[in-house]
Design a protein around this ligand. Structure first.
Ligand SMILES: [Fe+2]
Length: 519
């Protein structure tokens, strides 16, 4: 796979190397929570957790909270006898105990005790050695549809299915609650409902989380990321963007919700991102953030809000051979490869689905199996059905993608379809309605009815790819008190046949090794 190697200007930024080897940005929390988020628990004294966090190949942090200030003890070991112990006699309501000297790639059992009250026994697995295989699960946008304190049933089911997957690591792509406002009591109810379900998984696996727009309080005018920071325990806090290495893979979590440049990655975060990605020597790099670079629904209000910045990020990702870019925000599933960078949207964990006509609007999670030679990505529905499967490295002919802009608004004829290629073609050709091939794509024809776009791409391996997209333009203009002769095109009526179990593909026909028409 060939990628354009861009020349990057490196900036020097203060980063914070900590003992676990992560790098963090420097967005600070504006306030600390004055009260814990109290939760139901098997014990009246233990109100939250225990949950496992920041797991490396030799250490892990356990977090739990108690209703009253207590001491804290963790008993742990490679079997249920829990032979090792670490304690803290300082009385507190929030307990963080770090276990060190753990064996690489092993399952540890543990329980925590506060005063005379103990938790159940849970277990987690330490990170494997660099280059060893591991399983990751990713999902996002679990929030309720309305301002209720009850989380969607689909989210609870996805948590249960993820527990059954027994992954090594979990990443969530944002929007965990409906809103955050100025009422401490209702905020606690919203986050408690989320945490009560999430901690069922958090007993067993470290969860990393990107912040979503619904999690910030910006919707009501004041940023309150303290609830998000309290809900998750991850590298670099109180920064909401950070990176770490796991089994030799470099993970980056970004914050697309910074107050001010919301829906953009700018300033110190942008500088840090460039420095972080270009300085990483990991063979694989994954980036997670709430808002996608190439959204299907939130057009222009995602990381595509500033096209120059969007293109700059894409060029950065290409230059560092980024393996995966995973976002949420659009409540659907989508996969698209742009010049070698696989962009996934996973926003189907319970929030109301966006009923796009080409598919992708289904509840799901992603299972990502990572090994030195292969990344196997599977989108899984709530009946355990495979909705999409994709393997990297991709060895086939150039894939041709259409990013369908379907937002129920009429588009003027002439609007340029957004065509992307999985790698930079040696040459590419376009043809509308069987006319002569063109080297430059033109906009949708103005005449009402069905229109066919043939796209050809020629790879450096000497293989032609051919994909056909079919559109239908609506009839005559609707507005016209003006003299314009252009006619609107309703993108919601784009005719597509959904490929591969109705997932993200908008390809109608793909013919490989077929040469384009001439003339
Ligand atoms: Fe969102």
């Amino acid at each position: 796979m060939h990628r354009t190697i861009g020349h990057l200007v490196l900036f020097v930024l203060v980063v914070v190397p900590l003992s676990t080897g992560f790098l963090a940005g420097n967005r600070l929390a504006e306030a600390n929570l004055s009260q814990s988020i109290y939760m139901e628990s098997s014990s009246a004294l233990i109100t939250r957790g225990p949950t496992v966090h920041m797991v490396t190949n030799q250490s892990a942090v356990l977090l739990w909270k108690t209703y009253l200030p207590t001491n804290a003890t963790v008993q742990y070991g490679l079997n249920m006898s829990l032979a090792d112990k670490v304690s803290n006699s300082t009385l507190d309501v929030t307990h963080r105990i770090k276990m060190t000297g753990l064996e690489e790639g092993n399952r540890y059992y543990y329980k925590v005790t506060s005063n005379d009250t103990s938790s159940d026994i849970y277990n987690f697995k330490t990170a494997p050695a660099d280059g060893e295989p591991f399983k990751m699960v990713v999902f996002g946008d679990n929030r309720p549809d309305t301002d209720t304190y009850v989380q969607p049933a689909a989210y609870s089911k996805i948590i249960n299915m993820t527990i059954a997957e027994a992954p090594d690591i979990v990443v969530m792509t944002g929007d965990y609650v409906y809103t955050v406002n100025n009422d401490l009591g209702t905020n606690r109810l919203r986050w408690s409902a989320f945490l009560n379900i999430t901690e069922r998984l958090g007993h067993y696996v470290p969860i990393y989380a990107a912040i979503g727009n619904h999690d910030t309080g910006l919707a009501v005018g004041s940023p309150m990321i303290s609830y998000f920071l309290d809900a998750f325990e991850q590298f670099g806090e109180p920064s909401t963007y950070f990176s770490f290495d796991y089994a030799g893979v470099h993970f980056v979590v970004l914050d697309s919700e910074v107050s001010g440049p919301q829906s953009r990655i700018t300033g110190l975060q942008s500088t840090w991102l460039t420095s972080d990605l270009t300085s990483s020597g990991s063979r694989m790099k994954f980036v997670f953030v709430h808002r996608p670079l190439y959204p299907l629904s939130h057009i222009g209000s995602s990381l595509d809000e500033n096209k120059t910045e969007r293109d700059g990020m894409q060029q950065l990702f290409e230059s560092v051979n980024l393996t995966l870019f995973v976002a949420g925000h659009d409540h659907l599933y989508n996969r698209m490869t742009v010049n070698g960078v696989v962009h996934l949207i996973t926003g189907g964990a319970g929030a109301p689905l966006y009923g796009t006509p080409w598919g992708g609007a289904f509840n799901h999670y992603l299972r990502v199996q990572v090994s030195p030679s292969l990344v196997n990505i599977t989108a899984i529905g709530l009946s355990s059905e495979t909705m999409d499967n994709y393997r990297l490295p991709y060895e086939g002919p150039i894939e041709i993608f259409l990013r369908v802009v379907a937002n129920n608004s009429l588009k003027q004829a002439g609007t340029l379809p957004e065509i992307y290629f999985s790698e930079v073609p040696v040459s590419k050709l376009y043809s509308w309605d069987g006319a002569a091939n063109m080297t430059t794509l033109t906009g949708l024809p103005s005449s009402p009815g069905q229109h066919q776009l043939d796209v050809y791409a020629y790879s450096s391996e000497g293989v032609w790819s051919h994909t056909v997209f079919v559109f239908r333009t609506t009839g005559s203009t609707t507005t016209s008190t003006t003299t314009t002769t252009t006619q609107p095109v309703d993108f919601t009526q784009v005719l597509v046949i959904v490929g591969l179990a109705g997932v993200a593909a908008v390809v109608l026909i793909v013919i490989v090794l077929r040469r384009p028409k001439t003339g």
